[in-house]
Design a protein around this ligand. Structure first.
Ligand code: NAD
Length: 495
């Protein structure tokens, strides 16, 4: 019988009120059930929100440096548990061990960064218009934060949200993706071991429909931070927006790497392999479009084809593999559906295009890394997020066309250009419509102390990571202190 894991609500590990469970299976080996998790619903969310609401009264008064010190301790615990966490993450969502170790490290970095922010949380002071009067502003907590996360960065993304929420003095109701409940549960365990009090953090497992919408709709949740698909993000925006909640949305991407005729082709090749096929292409920042200057197009495609042929697809726990499985059956079907669309649109599929079912692949959701050339801007494989190991190659005649092609997209998360021409590099920084631009690096590689997020339909303008996320999780209180001993009327007595 598989191990059962619980929700954590109001300082207690507990099953769902329904008494039902859902399975978490290894996408590289269906026979392995990683665990059973509570299939929760509205009543579980209601209890969690009440606990978080009650705990907020005291947690908001704990000095931020003290809250930060708990996060520092949690980071230390996570360092000790790093290997175990990475292995479990590979078991539950498939990406290769080097990447799950990186994902946990991003969590650790975020703990240490949040701990330091607990000593900062800067706001402004400014001179008063009047004598003997002082003007200040402070960052105040907001209340209960509802956090909803996807499965592709099972530790990094929950940490990006939970830790700034806590250090700013909010309490949390957290719903992780049902493909990665184990990593999320361990993050909560670590927070508790570091001394986070009962009720301050609550985790409720289950589906988006039952648990997610109950969080979004709950009137005692003041802010919602969501990372996931644009479709769900738009629904959350309208539901939570109707209650005037504060909402942060980090949504889809269709990121492109540009390679110019003066670029370092070997470096650009390493970049695109990592950007397109790392995490089996299931990153919001995945390189899913490759824009090649016509002078190097044919040579680069040849190099790419050879390199893709050498990628080893298999169980991510085997460190000789480069690419793990796709996360689940639904995602394999989506990926294959797009491959069929690409073929019917007239693009040339030069490799891949099929599910792998032989030998070691027989019990997992493996898909061959796939490349299309001859892709044009009107094609759906150029425009739509696929979220799998599929790369669309477009040929352009010069830098200006590369920028135009790059920007012809509803999304704008990450972008990349390989060039040795400093003018092109600087223009790319200015003109590529994306929240992130890499010069001579792939579309991925965020660092936790820098703002992360996108433009256009990738989100609603907020950022995860870096200093701006602390602005999202706090509200400004403006304070005027008059020490003149008399009534001073601004805009009247001083004019
Ligand atoms: P998803 O939108 O299907 O699910 C994300 C989360 O929302 C899950 O926890 C899910 O259970 C929950 N959910 C589903 N329906 C809901 C609803 N109606 N109300 C409330 N919650 C609901 O996305 P996914 O498949 O888990 O993740 C892949 C998507 O996430 C891709 O589009 C990817 O680009 C995006 N993503 C974006 C970023 C970013 O920072 N921009 C990072 C990672 C992933």
């Amino acid at each position: 019988m598989a191990e059962k894991f619980m929700n954590y609500i109001d300082g207690r590990w507990c099953p769902a009120d329904s008494g039902e469970w859902f399975e978490n299976r290894n996408p590289a080996d269906w026979d392995e059930i990683v665990g059973l998790f509570p299939k929760s619903g509205k009543s579980d969310v209601d209890r969690a929100v009440k606990a978080a609401h009650d705990a907020y009264k005291e947690w908001r008064l704990v000095p931020a440096p003290e809250r930060g010190a708990m996060l520092k301790k949690a980071g230390d615990i996570m360092v000790e548990r790093k290997d175990e966490l990475a292995k479990n993450m590979t078991r539950e969502m498939g990406k290769v061990l080097a990447e799950t170790l990186g994902d946990v490290q991003e969590g650790i970095d975020t703990f240490y960064y949040a701990a330091v922010e607990g000593r900062r949380l800067f706001s402004h002071t400014a001179p008063s218009e009047l004598r003997d009067k002082m003007n200040l502003s402070f960052r105040m907590p907001i209340g209960v934060a509802g956090l909803i996360t996807p499965w592709n960065f099972p530790m990094a993304i929950p940490c990006w949200k939970t830790l700034p929420a806590l250090v700013c003095g909010n309490t949390v109701v957290f719903k992780p993706a049902s493909d990665t409940p184990l990593t999320a549960t361990t993050m909560v365990e670590i927070l508790l071991d570091a001394g986070i009090p009962p009720g301050v953090i609550n985790i409720v497992h289950g589906g988006g429909g039952a648990v997610g919408t109950s969080i979004v709709d709950h009137p005692d949740i003041s802010l919602i931070s969501f990372t996931g698909s644009s479709l769900v993000g738009k629904e959350i925006n309208s539901r939570a927006g109707a209650q005037l909640k504060r909402i942060s949305l980090e949504l889809g991407g269709k990121n492109a790497q540009i390679v110019m005729d003066d670029g370092d082709l070997e470096l650009a090749l390493e970049g695109v392999l990592w950007g397109a096929f790392g995490t089996t292409g299931q990153r919001c920042t995945a390189t899913s479009r490759l824009i090649l200057h016509e002078a190097i197009h044919d040579r680069f495609v040849d190099m790419l084809l050879k390199a893709v042929d050498n990628l080893r697809v298999g169980n991510g726990l085997d460190t000789s593999n480069n690419v793990g499985p796709v996360v689940n059956q639904g995602q394999v079907e989506t990926v294959h559906g797009y491959v069929e669309i690409g073929k019917s649109e007239g693009a040339d599929m030069i490799c891949g295009g099929r599910q792998l079912t032989d030998g070691d692949h027989a019990k997992g959701w493996f898909y061959a890394p796939t490349v299309f050339t001859g892709v044009t801007q009107e094609m759906r494989i150029f425009q739509e997020e696929i979220f799998g190991p599929v790369l669309s190659v477009v040929k352009v005649k010069d830098f200006d066309e590369a920028v135009t092609v790059h920007n012809d997209c509803i999304y704008g998360l990450s972008s990349s250009i390989y060039t040795r021409n400093v003018n092109h590099a600087m223009r790319a920084v200015r003109d590529l419509e994306a929240g992130i631009t890499y010069i001579n690096g792939p579309t991925i590689g965020a660092e936790c102390h820098m703002p992360f997020g996108g433009v256009k339909q990738t989100g609603n303008g907020h950022r995860e990571g870096g200093w701006p996320v602390y602005e999202f999780y706090s509200e400004i209180k403006t304070v005027y202190i008059d020490y003149s001993g008399k009534l001073q009327r601004a805009q009247i007595d001083n004019y």
